[in-house]
Design a protein around this ligand. Structure first.
Ligand code: 4G1
Length: 249
């Protein structure tokens, strides 16, 4: 996959794109990434990229000609999504990331200041994606979140392959509790089932822990989760008023 990011602060991408999984993905030839400086496409001698909003009010807006020129210089094919990271976009989910991971190329556009001139959307943006409802100073961190969520789904990027299937959110559930050595830490013990060696029992326990935690913390996720008849029956039991906590582990 080839990813181009357009930004006023392209240096923000370096540390994350040159570390760990991102470096391996590029090293293995599975990812080609470049961050481009929008300012390189400014036309005047002051390299002005932003201007005051028509109608007044505070803040500055990225100029449409500069940003459209920057996008067009990347010559995206008509089928390549040109994605503006924006609080007005559709929410980034595992499903969105999985769809993007199928594509050969992405162009990511990062806003700054108060945002971009509306005509950039009309002329050059095909999709808008948001990473959540909070204020950011720029779209770069959002682009990096999107890139991380997509690149790890490219086949061959993660060493131990099975890890992506068992992901939280791959089946729409949160993960239950995890433990490693030592067996007793500050008086807290590892559940005996995990050290029993009964693999089928361990798998069933883990599944129920995942269902329990999802039900407790993010019950709305259960609506779209991939659930078996067994899962549904166990969740029904959880919802009985008499279900005692000691039965839940
Ligand atoms: C109004 C959040 C403005 C922000 C309402 C998630 C946020 C890009 C994202 C803002 C941005 C809310 C994102 C806000 C983002 C221009 C440059 C837009 C930064 C900018 C809830 C500032 N996911 N925010 N405006 O944060 O780019 O992708």
């Amino acid at each position: 996959m080839k990813i181009d990011a357009l930004s006023l602060f392209p240096a923000m991408f370096a540390s994350i794109m040159n570390a760990s999984m991102m470096w391996k993905a590029q090293d293995r030839g599975l990812l080609s990434f470049r961050a481009h400086d929008i300012r390189d496409y400014a036309a005047d001698k002051h390299r002005q990229v932003d201007d005051a909003p028509y109608g007044g009010g505070g803040g500055m807006i990225i100029k449409p000609d500069v940003l459209v020129r920057a996008i067009e210089a990347l010559r995206p094919a008509t089928e390549t999504p040109v994605i503006l990271l924006s609080p007005q976009g559709k929410l980034l989910t595992h499903q969105v990331a999985a769809q993007l991971a199928q594509l050969p190329r992405l162009v990511l556009v990062c806003g700054h200041y108060e945002g971009v001139d509306e005509r950039v959307r009309q002329l050059a943006i095909t999709d808008e994606i948001s990473i959540g409802d909070y204020v950011l100073t720029g779209g770069e961190l959002a682009a990096l979140v999107l890139i991380d969520s997509v690149v790890r789904l490219i086949p061959g990027v993660l060493g131990a392959q099975g890890a992506t299937d068992r992901d939280s959110h791959a089946d729409g559930l949160l993960e239950g509790a995890h433990y490693t050595r030592p067996p007793v830490y500050r008086g807290l013990t590892v559940p005996a089932i995990l050290t029993s060696g009964h693999h089928a029992e361990v798998a069933r326990w883990r599944r129920r822990q995942a269902l329990l935690r999802t039900w407790q913390r993010r019950p709305e996720l259960l609506k779209n989760a991939a659930l078996t008849d067994d899962d549904r029956e166990w969740l029904r039991q959880l919802q009985r008023p008499s279900a005692a906590p000691s039965l839940l582990t």
